[in-house]
Write a protein that binds this ligand. Structure first.
Ligand SMILES: [Zn+2]
Length: 734
């Protein structure tokens, strides 16, 4: 079955999902009504893109032709139940008998056509086929014939390839891509009638280009010379980045038109859009190219990429490209990773709504240990496909994803990076086992926002006035907000405002000072003198009246009365040890601001709780964040999972069912892989709030392959999951 949704339809469907989960029983429509609505929304969709659930990508190397065995791969694709493939076709190397001058045929090609052989084999298996091209480098004959196709360094030299000195890096924004690769794409689609073209490394590589075309095109677009600055706060740099984005968007549209001209059902699929907003506008399908973790990367980072793309793609399909090797900077491309590591990475993607796309470089294998683990993963996926074909996430909490903050706000001081605030909040949400989504700054529409009860702004510093107004409107309609640190203190270009754009919502104003990095500062946990009790955001911390502070804080001036659950103890010397005593032991300076506005609750935390959490992972900060999120959400949680360990919890609705995914992140190698082994955790008590007026007909644990004992009370359903190895799914049929 093939279904597709346009962006408008996506908004309709996700709006319908919110309808189900936000109305109270008695006044809500039945779920079947909602499903009919979403069924109606799928009518009139075209294209094949939502069909394939399991992808494979085979990237050939130049000496593969004649040496690798296409039948081996086709047999493997069949055992995987793969329904779509991305296969190497052209660009740096052509794996088919191209007729285009300067399009380099593999030196091992001879009379063969390995691309054509694989395409025909995949077609015979009923698979969709997308041709992979890579336009980022060329051989010396191309440079000699067209020196202007080569990327030019700031001192006017052609850019040699950083990894292979025989190659030259091409200019992504000039005639090489706009004309030459356009002809290559037309030839491939015309000759093989493939379902799409996927271009790897199609955006500028190896630094900014100063070639004659870039100089001339930039001057024509802006009237200025190409800037030399890389400072994101410099308006000239911003102008350059916006121009580059526009140029890549133009290239996407040009290639897409060519591909469609040759096959109306096919599309151009960029590996990485110019920005997410453009992906939301143009893409029928997108892939994350986050192949494995490296360095200090938590496994949830794979799920995060799915959430980022979904923030603009909605229900349109997202493929998660994963490698089976080590993805460290040394790039051992022929390596094989441990099985538990591969399983966890893929589980994170699947639990977050991504369709697996295994990628392998080289048709000749040197280490075959990955073949069976991936086969087992794909067979599990095939067996449970109906519970993985999601209609909508059920999360009620959203985290704002701001590309403009990432691009134009470098932080308030050295040591403060906006990205770290986001990572800390993300980790806190995972630890709190709260299902959540990302929403994108360009799509702050009521349809998108109102499916969530709580919007979290983790130091979303750079927000436009319109975006602030959209958030204000969301609160006006009953939404809650939790914001930290410099949120809205800068405009969309990164320019500082005199006051927060959301000062009226926070109930505080910027008092002119940003303090930090602070050493040895603390927070007093206060008891309300009237009730003798502590605020719910301090739950679980009754055994102390003091916890550590963050590292940066913004001085603010309240514009109205506030409760005082948390107050500041200013920094005091941390050396010599004889001097380590508080000079001011107590202040009235609040460090958390809490407001209630009708059904909405607002939490503003003027310090870097999320950034410091990412930095030092203090348990108290994690707890304070979890409590503040729960208080602000002001509704019973959708899913509550009790039990040992660290789990990523997500929840989804399918056509006639819902699922709760539990991904077990509990492992000594959680923050730096690879995992050595899986360490099962359990039992987990999973309580799920069912959509109103639904009854669970059947409950299964998909990985265990069992039907657990179920308790139902009202619309709450409780299931005991005895143990989670890597990935368990509680599937509830309606
Ligand atoms: Zn250029």
């Amino acid at each position: 079955m093939t279904r597709n949704l346009s962006r408008r339809d996506f908004l309709h469907v996700t709006g319908a999902a919110a309808f189900v989960s936000s109305r109270s029983p008695g006044e809500s429509p039945t779920v079947s009504t909602t499903i009919e609505q979403s069924g109606a929304a799928t009518a009139g969709m075209d294209g094949w893109f939502d069909g394939p659930m399991r992808w494979v990508q085979l990237t050939l190397v130049e000496n593969d032709p004649g040496r690798f065995d296409p039948q081996f791969w086709l047999d493997y694709f069949r055992r995987l139940h793969a329904d779509a493939a991305t296969l190497s076709a052209g660009g740096i190397v052509a794996y088919y008998p191209t007729e285009i001058p300067l399009h380099h045929r593999s030196a091992w090609l001879g009379d063969g056509d390995p691309f054509g052989t694989l395409v025909a084999g995949c077609r015979a298996l009923g698979m969709r086929v997308v041709a992979r091209t890579d336009p980022h480098a060329v051989r010396d004959d191309v440079r000699v014939a067209h020196p202007d196709w080569i990327s030019t360094t700031h001192d006017g030299k052609p850019l040699q390839h950083w990894a292979n000195p025989d190659l030259w890096v091409t200019c992504a924004l000039g005639p090489y891509n706009f004309d030459f690769m356009d002809r290559v794409h037309r030839e491939i689609v015309t000759k093989y009638k493939v379902d799409g073209v996927f271009a790897n490394r199609w955006a500028p590589q190896g630094g900014d280009c100063y070639c004659i075309h870039c100089e001339r095109n930039f001057r024509e677009a802006t009237g200025a010379a190409l800037p030399r600055t890389t400072d994101p706060r410099d308006p000239a740099r911003r102008q350059f980045l916006e121009w580059r984005k526009a140029r890549l968007t133009e290239l996407w549209k040009k290639w897409d038109a060519t591909v469609r001209d040759a096959n109306p059902d096919a599309r151009f699929i960029p590996n990485g859009p110019p920005d997410l907003k453009t992906a939301g506008e143009l893409a029928a399908i997108q892939f994350t190219d986050n192949q494995a973790r490296r360095g200090v990367t938590p496994p949830w980072n794979n799920g995060r990429r799915a959430k980022e793309l979904r923030s603009v793609m909605g229900r349109r399909p997202i493929g998660g490209i994963f490698s089976v090797g080590l993805e460290e900077p040394y790039r051992w491309k022929d390596s094989v990773q441990s099985e538990p590591e591969i399983r966890l990475w893929v589980a994170e993607g699947t639990a977050n709504g991504m369709r697996p796309c295994v990628t392998k470089f080289s048709g000749v294998l040197y280490d075959r240990r990955w073949l069976q683990p991936v086969e087992r993963l794909y067979q599990w996926h095939f067996e449970h496909e109906r519970y993985l074909r999601n209609e909508a996430p059920l999360a009620r909490v959203a985290l704002l994803h701001s590309e403009q903050t990432a691009a134009y706000h470098p932080g308030v001081a050295t040591g403060d990076r906006a990205e770290d605030h986001m990572l800390g909040m993300y980790h806190a949400l995972v630890e709190a086992r709260i299902p959540f989504e990302l929403v994108h700054e360009a799509l702050l529409t009521p349809e998108r926002l109102d499916q969530f009860k709580l919007l979290i702004l983790a130091d979303r510093a750079a927000l436009s006035s319109e975006q602030c107004a959209a958030i204000r409107g969301y609160v006006g309609r009953g939404g809650s907000v939790l914001a930290t640190f410099a949120t809205s203190l800068y405009d969309e270009t990164g320019r500082q405002r005199a006051d927060f754009g959301l000062a009226d919502l926070f109930g505080v104003s910027f008092a002119g000072q940003i303090q930090g990095p602070m050493q040895n500062s603390y927070l007093t946990l206060e008891t309300d003198p009237e009730t003798g009790r502590r605020h719910p955001i301090l739950e679980g911390m009754d055994d102390t009246s003091r916890i550590i502070n963050g590292v940066f804080r913004i001085e603010v001036r309240p514009s109205q009365p506030f409760p005082s659950p948390v107050t500041l103890i200013p920094s005091y010397p941390d050396l010599p040890m004889e001097d380590v005593y508080p000079r001011v032991s107590h202040t009235d300076t609040r460090e958390v601001y809490l407001r209630t506005l009708g059904n909405s609750r607002i939490v503003y935390i003027p310090w870097d709780i999320d950034r410091t959490f990412w930095d030092v992972m203090c348990v108290d900060h994690g707890r304070l964040l979890r409590n503040a999120i729960r208080w602000a959400a002001n509704e019973p949680p959708l899913v509550d999972v009790e039990g040992p360990g660290l789990l990523d919890v997500t929840a989804w609705r399918q056509r006639d069912s819902m699922t709760v995914h539990l991904v077990n992140l509990t492992n000594p190698m959680m923050m730096k892989g690879p995992l050595r082994e899986t360490i099962p955790v359990g039992p987990q008590r999973v309580r799920v709030r069912l959509p109103p007026q639904t009854r669970a007909k059947r409950v299964q644990l998909l990985t265990a392959g069992t039907s657990p004992r179920v308790e139902e009370s009202g619309n709450m359903l409780t299931v005991i999951v005895p143990s989670v190895d890597v990935h368990e799914v509680v599937a509830i049929d309606f």
